[in-house]
Every structure is written in C-alpha cells, then in structure tokens.
Design a protein around this ligand. Structure first.
Ligand code: CP
Length: 325
C-alpha cells in the first residue's frame, strides 16, 4: 500500500503530529493546525472521485457516540471514516443504556472492551471528552462538541474554508456575532483564528457575552456594526436555547432586528467578506435568507470541508496510536 505523505507547506520538516486525542483547539500548536489543514486539503479530492474510497483506515473501528442531536458533525465523521474504509458504528444516548442509569465512564469502558480505535464523542457537558480520555487506556477520543466548551473539528473546517478563499488567515479581521457565551464553536474559533494571527472581534447582546473573552485573545465590540467594520469574515452563531435555563433575550424578533446579519449590516464589512454559519441556521433570526444563500456565503462549503477535516483528523490520530498525549 502506498503511504500517504501530506504536503508540508506551512510546517517545518522536523514537525511530527503527536496528539493521541483531539479534545480542543486549545491543545493544538500553530504547526498542528496548519498540518491538519494541509492534510485535509490533500484528502478533499477523494470526495470528488467517482469511487470515493481509499484503504487508509481499513480494519479500524470507529464509534460515533452522540449524546446530543447532530446532522453535520455526526454524518461527516461517518462519511470521513467510510471514505477511508474504516468500520463505523453509531450509538446515541437515547438508545443506549445511559437511559438505564449507566454512567458515561462505565459506558465508555464497555465500548473500550470492544476494542475500538477511535471514539468520537458529542456531549452536553463541557469536559466530557477529556474525562473519557483520562479513563480509557486504549483508543483515542475525538471531541465532537462538549457543552459550551469546544468544537475543534468545526473550528478547523472553518479555518480551512477561510484559508481556501483568502489564501491566508494571518492579518484577517474575523467578526463572530451572536450567542458567544454558550457557543463551543465561538470558543474554538476564537482560539484557532487568533493563534493563526487573525484579529477576532466578537459582538452580541450583553447577556450572550461571557466575561473572559479578552483573555482568549478576542476584541469585544460594543455593537455589531463596530465588529463588522472592514471584516473579511462574518460568522453568525446559532442561539443555543438548549443551554439557557431562562430566556436571555426578550424575543427572537428583537434579536433578529438588532443582531441578525442582513444586507444592510453587511455594508460595514468588506465587499468580499465571507459569510459563515456553523449550522443549523435559524433563518430570519441569526441571518436573513438572502444573506445565507447569497453572494459571499460559504456555509455549504463549510459542510463540504467538514468531511475533509474529519478525514485528516482520523488519519492523523491513527498515526499516533500508542504515542503522544
Ligand atoms: N455545526 C454543527 O456542529 O452542526 P451539527 O449540530 O448538525 O453537528
């Protein structure tokens, strides 16, 4: 079998990817991120072939373990694994023995007893993938979104999409707008884009702005207009109702009026600004339909790149099994 050799565009020759688990962007260096993006770019072409399959992960077992609903992340991890010939299995909390009171760690230990190579976990509790990584000895954990903590594969696919369009990330102005407080996508993207040299601005209703944003490297803006001035990238976030005990905004109508991305607001951004949303979109609330579907929108390209990024993560993680941390 011919061994795949990723390109080394932004990465030094001495570099080696050494992570056993992918728990967050926090753990990834600049070289790690560029290496994942370069690897994803080289895998992207496989999805355009008429026979969309390579033998790279033949014989490997990958479990998708999702405690929260998902369309894009769950399916793209499964497609990524299948395109690399791995055997994939899906388990949802609603049909698992978690319903009978089994703890997350006990369930993970039982999954581990069946000898999977990678467990991909989405969970409503921040830190759940890290907890599993500490409790299982064999196999790797990939975080597919944990509470309001991190969603690393989403941020990587977002960075890949921006880099493809703009040719770089360093020096770009990236505006992230909306429910920053409850968004794992915002957290991972602030970490990732600032690490690669972008200026990340955040804006939203005061009740959606957590106190620690500057310490992550983000510029906190007093208004959405200020965040959008000359922005190269405008990313709207979904309102995470499932993480709010009580409503934190008066109404969706008012939110759409003041914070929904529309053509009028976009006049503050650069004319060639990329329009992004991690999905699912609440059309007419976070973004007007003409913006979501119009010029500059790369929302569906984000989804396409999700498969390539997840192929890269599975490939790189399998290469470090038994080594690294
Ligand atoms: N962006 C994202 O995580 O979407 P899903 O919830 O559909 O996976």
């Amino acid at each position: 079998m011919r061994r795949y050799k990723p390109p080394r565009g932004n990465v030094k020759d001495t570099y080696r990817f050494q992570h056993k688990h992918i728990l967050g962007i926090e753990q990834l260096s600049v070289s790690d991120i560029f290496h994942i993006l370069d690897t994803a770019l080289s895998f992207k072409e496989i999805s355009n072939r008429s026979l969309k399959k390579v033998p790279t992960l033949k014989g490997k077992t990958i479990i998708n373990f999702f405690f929260e609903p998902s369309t894009r992340t769950r399916l793209s991890f499964e497609i990524a694994a299948k395109r690399m010939s791995a055997d994939t299995f899906n388990i949802a909390a609603s049909t698992s023995s978690a319903q009978k009171g089994e703890t997350l760690i006990d369930t993970a230990r039982n999954l581990e007893a069946m000898n999977p190579d990678i467990i991909i976990l989405r969970h409503g509790s921040s830190g759940a993938p890290g907890l599993l990584a500490r409790h299982i000895k064999n196999g790797a954990i990939i975080n597919a979104g944990d509470g309001s903590h991190e969603h690393p594969s989403q941020a990587l696919l977002d960075m890949m999409t921006v880099r493809e369009h703009k040719g770089k990330i360093d020096g770009l102005k990236v505006a992230i707008v909306g429910d920053i407080a409850h968004s794992r996508v915002a957290h991972s993207n602030i970490l990732g884009f600032t690490r690669l040299g972008a200026e990340v601005r955040v804006a939203g209703p005061a009740t959606f702005m957590p106190p620690h944003l500057e310490s992550l490297g983000a510029c906190v803006c007093g208004s959405i207009q200020e965040a959008l001035v000359d922005a190269d990238v405008v990313m709207a976030l979904r309102i995470q109702k499932e993480r709010q005990d009580d409503p934190l905004i008066p109404s969706l109508r008012e939110y759409a009026h003041f914070y929904g991305i529309n053509r009028s607001l976009l006049q503050h951004a650069r004319p060639d600004a990329l329009i992004m949303h991690p999905g699912p979109i609440n059309r007419g609330v976070e973004m007007s339909p003409d913006v979501a579907d119009g010029a500059g929108s790369v929302i569906l390209e984000q989804v396409t790149n999700g498969v390539a990024v997840r192929m890269a993560l599975l490939y790189l993680i399998m290469g470090t099994q038994g080594a690294g941390a």
